[in-house]
Design a binder for this molecule. Structure first.
Ligand code: THU
Ligand code: ZN
Length: 129
């Protein structure tokens, strides 16, 4: 595993601790790499109006954009489940929009890992109107 992946895992694990998930009790930690090479992280933040919930991946992307990045190159998520799982469809749309076919890395707290490219997960995204 390369040094950047280790750094992304550490960032995602750390921010996952801040997840606000009183409804699902499911914590999501995410970390992205901006075009500048900097790492940004985000967790899920649930709202009692559940549809207003922020996902970990979109939180991390929004944080990168707010810091001045225009695109991301990688997204990593960490979940406390047995098998690694890729982001939901909403997050896939956002990853596709804010990258040129970013690498998506799914990891578990126990150390399982799998990766792919966003356009393999979410081909032909809606990108303009
Ligand atoms: N969640 C994410 O943060 N990312 C995803 O891609 C899927 C789901 C969050 C939303 C909610 O707080 C919890 O996980 C359970 O769905
Ligand atoms: Zn999502």
């Amino acid at each position: 595993m390369d040094a950047q992946t280790i750094e992304l895992i550490e960032a995602a694990k750390k921010v996952r601790e801040n997840a606000h998930s009183p409804i699902s009790h499911f914590k999501v930690g995410a970390a992205v790499v901006g075009e500048s090479g900097k790492i940004y992280s985000g967790c899920n933040v649930e709202s009692v109006a559940f549809t207003n919930t922020t996902h970990g991946e979109t939180n991390a992307i929004d944080t990168a954009i707010a810091a001045g990045e225009k695109k991301i190159t990688k997204v990593l998520i960490v979940l406390d489940i047995e098998e690694p799982a890729y982001p939901c469809a909403l997050c896939r749309q956002k990853i596709a929009e804010f990258s040129d076919n970013a690498e998506v890395i799914a990891t578990t707290l126990k150390g399982k890992i799998k990766s792919c490219r966003i356009l393999d997960l979410y081909p032909d995204p809606f990108l303009s109107f």
